[in-house]
Write a protein that binds this ligand. Sequence first.
Ligand code: TAP
Length: 476
Amino acid sequence: MFDYAPAPESRAIVDIKPSYGLFIDGEFVDGHGHSFKTINPATEETLAEVAEADEADVDRAVKAARRAFRGWSRMPGKERAKYLYRIARIIQERSRELAVLESIDNGKPIKESRDVDVPIMAAHFFYHAGWADKLEYAGLGPNPQPLGVAAQVIPWNFPLLMLAWKIAPALACGNTVVLKPAETTPLTALLFAEICQQADLPPGVVNFVTGAGDTGQTLVSHPDVDKVAFTGSTAVGKAIARSIAGTDKKATLELGGKAANIVFDDAPIDQAIEGIVSGIFFNQGHVCCAGSRLLLQESIAEEAMAKLKRRMSTLRVGDPLDKNTDIGAINSAAQLARIRALAEIGEDEGAERWSPPCELPSSGYWFPPTVFTGVSQAHRIAREEIFGPVLSVLTFRTPAEAVEKANNTPYGLSAGVWTDKGSRILFMADKLRAGVVWANTFNKFDPASPFGGYKESGYGREGGRQGLAGYLKAGA
Ligand code: TAP
């Protein structure tokens, strides 16, 4: 254990206010309800008090979005595009500030928020700006129309990226938005609200209501909402689907995952080790599409495990604002408790647990990179989403066995295949029940590429031409 103080020079570039209101109708306003604290998970220090939106606040935000819908939906697409381009450029200009605040509020390493989250966020706005005046070419008929007011609820693992995945397509298609960020990571959404003001986005087109699950429930159940877009756990996704059943609200649900990362004996092994490491340890494993089940072909299992352990020993856990950090803080005490509980269950069920020697800071929420071998398909660590830096390793002999094991999960979000044979990649991609299949790479994202799940990983797609379908009524 050691004490650390976050790097002061990084901290200085963001201005965190002592308290934050809601963002409704283009302005920051006080909420009627209580407030809650958001903390830095690396230090447990309170960062700010944030308003908790109650029913009246949510209603105010939905009304503002409804009023704004009239003008925004009738605005020519090429004019809407200008706002999206402007937002994208401001994101680039303020990228350091966004990245530092994201790392402080979420706990993720700065090299990830700087090189992944914020650049892909900007790319989503650029990409969707390009669609705004070309919607009739999206394959949804000659005159597709926006749905109306979109209620969007996002999780804490990629606060800015999930915000971009939700807001950019909604706005490009002419919808207006009320978004609820996760309770533990509200600050970057409120910084993005400032960017909306700076871009002169018409009031009410984007609104933010901060709060916990109750605020989310109130928002998605609001009778004047036309579309619900949710990313989060399968349990909450099912509850939302039930709560909107029987209404004409359209829904897109992006839920959990338990991806198989499958390594064949002809794979470029060093490249595969890098893919395995980024597949599970990127963002502390708080990734819905994380490669949390490693399937190794038996003949290379021993060699691959030796190399993997060696590589894991080089991972640096600690200060999220240090550019050399590979694994940052776990986002909350509750998430840390969940990860610890499942890791203990893994040991109790007989799997072998290993972590490299790793000094963890004395305050904050931390979990070392961990791998379990001797895992069987019945083990809970092979079936349940851990959402932390914990990898479960299984072995297989034949491609058919790999397919069977990979598909033996209620989820179907992503998978990875490592092999030298192009024909095997095509065979596996055809057989795997996963929305995304990566070949000889992992965790690659592009706004032009649709993302979404099968089975209990949800329905609907985000990104690409297919993602627009979730925000448009098909034209005649
Ligand atoms: P959840 O607990 O499901 O929370 C997601 C969001 O829903 C949060 O903003 C949460 O608010 C809100 N919420 C909670 N209860 C609600 C309710 N009854 N009605 C409406 N909204 C409600 O998930 P999480 O712990 O934040 O995120 C982890 C999960 O998200 C993992 O299972 C992960 O796989 C999944 N995830 C999936 C994807 C994709 S793309 N498929 C991406 C990222 C994460 P509070 O946070 O304030 O409670």
